[in-house]
Ligand binder design. Structure first.
Ligand code: GYE
Length: 331
């Protein structure tokens, strides 16, 4: 009888634990599906949540802030246990994120940070250092031109910007300009948004090529736009990667392929994989652990065609040859 009771109690405990684990519900408000980076970011997080046996409430806002506000309010009404949030733009989140705080739902800020982050409560924030990524794009280009013996040439630069109002676009542009403003050989002759998509990258590059005969460098604030632009450059009868130096951002597999094919010169990394940081924290919160607020930037590299070009004067970080790492890239 005693044995039976022990087994019965153990069973109740085990079933209780399983029921408890699967009772965790995570709401994930994602901006959309604009790029390979975004797909990798979504897939990584959704797969990890599902692998835990937790319930995922996923919302794709299709680039619309009002959809995200609605999704967040739905999460509150449904009483999810945790919220993962990436804001399509930087501003306009104060009210709804305060509502999340009032509902006492632990909030994780991912990727693009809202400008109200200092006024709200959140568990943790994980995102790329966009300012530094922009600087790296410009520094790599300057070093590459010098390595090609073109340091004294007048260089015409065009920029494909990301989604207007998104931190990933604003800060990358800022980082690029911070570096370019300190020299006088590279001049930006056109800069326009391509909304982080291949199609718009291609269309805007087409219009750049029509308006300007002599483009030397394209800085694309993500790889998808760079890849779209490559098609536009080919259609205009020019050789991408040679007639026009192309530097992208994200370091997705498709960009590595383009670099290995000689059609793109460099991509600055932005790591989309946050699940290995977020999942253990949710488990920690379940166990009563507490965490300090603050933004964590994952480690990121620079990958290029020729390899070995230092991205800054101190030469601290050397860019890595894309061909050497292409097999490790899963997205
Ligand atoms: O670079 C781009 C995506 O916010 C870092 O959004 C992200 C950016 C990424 O669409 O490809």
């Amino acid at each position: 009888m005693k044995k039976f009771l022990t087994i019965a109690i153990a069973l109740v405990l085990v079933i209780g634990c399983v029921a408890n684990a699967s009772a965790i519900t995570v709401g994930f408000s994602q901006v959309g599906q604009e790029s390979d980076w975004r797909t990798a970011n979504t897939d990584d997080m959704c797969a990890a949540i599902e692998a835990e046996g937790w319930t995922l409430v996923y919302d794709d806002a299709q680039q619309k802030q009002e959809n995200q506000v609605k999704a967040l309010r739905n999460f509150i009404t449904q009483g999810v246990d945790y919220i993962l949030f990436t804001g399509v733009v930087t501003t306009g989140w104060d009210e709804v994120l305060k509502e999340v705080n009032e509902a006492e739902i632990p909030l994780f800020l991912l990727d693009r940070m809202p400008d109200c982050m200092d006024e709200i409560d959140y568990v943790a924030a994980f995102g790329g250092d966009f300012l530094e990524e922009g600087r790296r794009m410009a520094r790599w280009t300057i070093n590459y031109l010098a390595a090609q013996g073109r340091a004294d040439e007048e260089i015409n630069v065009v920029i494909l910007e990301g989604t207007t109002g998104a931190a990933a676009a604003t800060d990358r542009t800022k980082g690029i300009m911070e570096v370019l403003d300190k020299q006088d050989k590279l001049k930006v002759i056109a800069s326009q948004t391509g909304n982080f998509t291949r199609a718009e990258g291609q269309a805007v590059m087409e219009s750049f090529l029509k308006a300007h005969e002599d483009i030397d460098v394209l800085l694309a604030e993500n790889d998808d736009m760079a890849l779209g632009a490559i098609d536009a450059i080919k259609a205009a009868g020019k050789v991408p990667g040679k007639d026009i130096i192309i530097v992208g951002c994200d370091s997705v597999k498709a960009a590595f392929d383009a670099i290995v094919a000689g059609e793109m010169n460099c991509t600055v990394e932005c790591n989309p994989l946050y699940s290995s940081a977020v999942i253990p924290m949710i488990k920690g919160l379940e166990e009563g652990k507490t965490y300090e607020k603050g933004v964590v930037h994952p480690e990121e590299g620079v990958f290029c065609m020729d390899g070995g070009i230092p991205y800054d004067e101190a030469g601290e970080l050397l860019s890595v040859k894309a061909a050497d790492v292409i097999d490790e890239r899963k997205y």
